[in-house]
Design a binder for this molecule. Structure first.
Ligand SMILES: [Zn+2]
Length: 300
């Protein structure tokens, strides 16, 4: 343990960045961004070509992080959008202004039970006010925004356009701490369905291996997942089957890892109201069949 808050906060920022999460400084002992807002933009330095907000300036670059945190004991903000994260914020009822209201952990636990799932085991932090942040990786093919109370009472989510205060940050009420979970797991499909995603381009590009054709594969995956989410009643399973089959040739050609296609279609199918088991079976059979029947790229 060090007693210099600057070095422990620097380490917190570097730890988050090492997980691939984009960090930016928050004013010391607060939850507010340390970077200037648009109204006070000096139009110099990074803003020479126009104001750049914290979401764009958030970085995983250790040199930039080192330089920023050497200046002051900044708290650590994680920009959820560019980090490819969805963070579920389970707030305490006192923090929401009414000690009588159920807290976020209670309402979220009840929601999971109704949905027939355990509370997902994923990377989580304890907030200074006693709440919990559950970290999930964002699914392909969806742009999710922040929500407040959409999932359940006292449950907010942070996604594109949002940020969370990282473990290690200190505010007058206490310290943000890692509570458990080694890594952020994929956002479960049943939870994605509750976040009412708009089936448009993802906020964050998929991290795919750089191979020829992967851009086309990704575009196809996004379009077909959107078609699944928009499938008419009575044609949900048929649509999932047809769309997964169409994307299968990119898997056969090596343009798209099979698990990426499976995860995206699983999320899309569950978001459209199919059960997890139905989705898995349909996706497996459609991809198997498509991969088997795929012709070489030249003759396709
Ligand atoms: Zn600016």
């Amino acid at each position: 343990m060090t007693h210099d808050p600057r070095s422990s906060l620097l380490r917190a920022a570097l730890d988050a960045a090492a997980r691939g999460w984009h960090v930016f400084p928050l004013r010391p002992s607060t939850k507010r961004p340390a970077l200037h807002g648009e109204a006070k933009c000096p139009h110099t330095g990074p803003c020479a070509g126009g104001h750049v907000k914290w979401e764009q300036r958030a970085t995983t670059d250790p040199d930039r992080i080192q330089a920023a945190w050497s200046r002051a004991p900044f708290n650590v903000g994680i920009a959820t959008g560019p980090s490819g994260l969805i963070v579920v914020d389970l707030d305490t009822s006192e923090h929401k202004g009414s000690a009588d209201a159920p807290d976020g952990a209670t309402t979220f636990g009840a929601l999971c039970e109704r949905a027939g799932h355990a509370v997902p085991d994923t990377f989580r932090t304890r907030t200074a006010s006693g709440g919990t942040h559950l970290y999930f990786t964002a699914p392909a093919g969806f742009r999710l925004s922040n929500t407040a109370g959409t999932v359940a009472a006292s449950v907010d989510t942070r996604a594109a356009g949002g940020y969370v205060v990282a473990a290690g940050s200190i505010v007058p009420g206490g310290r943000y701490e890692v509570e458990g979970g080694t890594a952020a797991v994929s956002l479960p499909g049943w939870l994605l369905a509750l976040l009412r995603p708009a089936p448009v381009a993802p906020a964050v590009p998929l991290r795919l291996p750089a191979v020829d054709g992967s851009r086309a594969a990704l575009a196809a995956l996004e379009a077909e997942c959107a078609a699944v989410v928009g499938a008419p009643d009575g044609l949900r399973n048929v649509t999932l089957n047809r769309c997964a089959f169409k994307v299968g040739r990119f898997v056969a050609w090596g343009d798209l890892p099979r698990h990426v296609a499976e995860d995206a279609f699983q999320a899309a199918g569950e978001a459209r109201g199919l059960t997890a088991a139905e989705c898995r079976a349909t996706i497996r059979s459609a991809l198997d069949s498509s991969v088997r029947k795929a012709r070489p790229r030249e003759t396709a």
